[in-house]
Design a protein around this ligand. Structure first.
Ligand code: GLU
Length: 449
């Protein structure tokens, strides 16, 4: 169970709420971390003296800008762009860009805040940042996407750089968008600066395994949690929400490890296939044709599509939420536990509400929070940066091996830290404290900056 917030930390949290009004997702992400830090201040009073928590909660820089562009019909469109450069104690700001109509400052800040600790957990030299836009890529032509990305980059370019801030993808931003943005950055700066963006194409500076990394990494993390319990994916029935990049490669790795994924979804509904999801078909529908997941049931008679349905009602032993924030509430979590779920690995960022997390922790199931479980994506971005820095490219096997080792290390770090702080098996406590300590030590060493 999460301990109640320490009395020295509570006023810091209250001030975060007062200083950032209306940013509910940011408040939620901060609360979840601050609740676990009480014992850290007892062991490290210098963190309180140097106001490390207050400093970590305040982004180093927040950029908000206009993104004007002209659509296919010649109509002028205006969107809002964001980049929040949260913390650079451990390396250049690093984190994705999200293009989704729900994006506003509160979403970018929750993601940026979580990114600080996630990136620290990877053990690689990357700070935390996040950005995006309220632009909705759904139903847009390739031309619209290109013009939007170009306009977005005409402002963003002045804030980023391989040693400053290195964006990548997130929801609504994949290889196509990174390509358009890299092209515009290259044109404006007259630099072929590979390390300025990650998630690039494989023939122009990208890294093998980056596309698969978040899903593979989350599955490796769950596999580690299962191993601790002398268990494995073999023969397990699994449910993976979403059908984007994270979900697709989670399904692939679960199948490789002997599990069977029977359901996945998009924002309109879910598909259920008792024979196991046919990944090639999902990839054809989502990655090639960019259609809705309902098309799966049209093509595959063994499957049913449940419009507007709740995927968490599908009984499973392992659940991997890989769609978006707050997709599992307290009731969903209770349903999962009641139906025999023994492990949850978060491919998405903050997909479980605080009530849901409480249910999982009280039930004592293996619960891997996003900032640990989905760190494989950004970790492989850091591997892409390494390859770019030495103008090299590694093969698939070697890169996947590096990713797997990183996930094993993150798991071990979280597991051991939770034990050390008196909360054995609690990966929320382990991930928050282990990530926080890494960042805090670097901040202490660098003085008040
Ligand atoms: N958007 C991903 C995340 O949530 C990856 C970020 C990156 O590769 O920089 O961690």
């Amino acid at each position: 169970m999460s301990p109640a917030m320490d009395e020295k930390i509570e006023p810091i949290y209250q001030s975060v709420i007062a200083r950032n009004p209306g940013e509910t997702e940011f408040h939620q992400a901060v609360k979840e971390v601050l609740e676990t830090l009480g014992p850290v201040l007892v062991k490290n009073p210098e963190f309180a003296h140097y106001k490390i928590i207050e400093r970590i909660c305040e982004p180093e820089r927040q950029i908000i800008f206009r993104v004007p562009w002209v659509d296919t019909h010649g109509k002028v469109q205006i969107n809002r762009g964001f980049r929040v450069e949260f913390n650079s104690a451990l390396g250049p700001y690093k984190g994705g860009l999200r293009f989704h109509p729900s994006v506003y400052l509160g979403i970018v800040k929750f993601l940026g805040f979580e990114q600080i600790f996630k990136n620290a957990l990877t053990g690689l030299p990357i700070g935390g940042g996040k950005g995006g836009s309220d632009f909705d890529p759904k139903g847009k032509t390739d031309g619209d996407i290109m013009r939007f990305c170009q306009s977005f980059m005409t402002e963003l370019y002045r804030h980023i750089g391989e040693h400053t801030d290195v964006p990548a993808g997130d929801i609504g931003v994949g290889g196509r968008e990174i390509g358009f943005m890299f092209g515009m950055y290259k044109r404006i700066t007259n630099q072929w600066e590979a390390g300025v963006l990650t998630g690039k194409g494989l023939n122009w500076g990208g890294s093998l395994v980056r596309t698969e990394a978040t899903g593979y990494g989350a599955t490796f993390f769950v596999d580690e949690m299962l191993k601790v319990r002398k268990d494995s994916f073999d023969g397990k029935t699994c449910v993976v929400s979403g059908s984007g990049n994270v979900a697709i490669y989670t399904i692939e790795k679960i199948h490789q490890l002997g599990g069977k994924v029977v359901a996945c979804s998009d924002s309109a509904g879910y598909i259920y296939d008792a024979n196991g999801i046919d990944l090639a078909l999902v990839q054809q529908i989502k990655e090639v044709e960019r259609r809705r997941i309902s098309a799966y049931a049209d093509e595959r008679k063994s499957a049913k599509y449940v419009a507007g349905g709740n995927i968490w009602e599908v009984p499973c032993q392992v659940a991997m939420p890989s769609a978006t924030q707050n997709e599992i509430n307290g009731k969903d979590a209770a349903t999962l536990v009641k139906n025999g779920c023994i492990a949850v690995g978060e491919g998405a960022n903050m997909p479980t509400t605080p009530e849901g997390v409480k249910v999982f922790l009280e039930a004592g199931i293996a619960y891997g929070p996003g900032k640990a479980a989905n760190a494989g994506g950004v970790a492989t971005s850091a591997l892409e940066m390494q390859q770019n820095a030495c103008r090299d490219s590694w093969d698939f096997e070697y890169t996947e091996n590096r990713l797997q080792k990183i996930m094993e290390n993150i798991h071990r770090d979280c597991y051991n830290t939770a034990e050390e702080y008196g909360a054995p098996g609690n990966y929320v406590v382990g991930a928050n404290i282990a990530g926080f300590i890494k960042v805090s030590r670097a901040m202490l060493a660098m003085g008040v900056v």
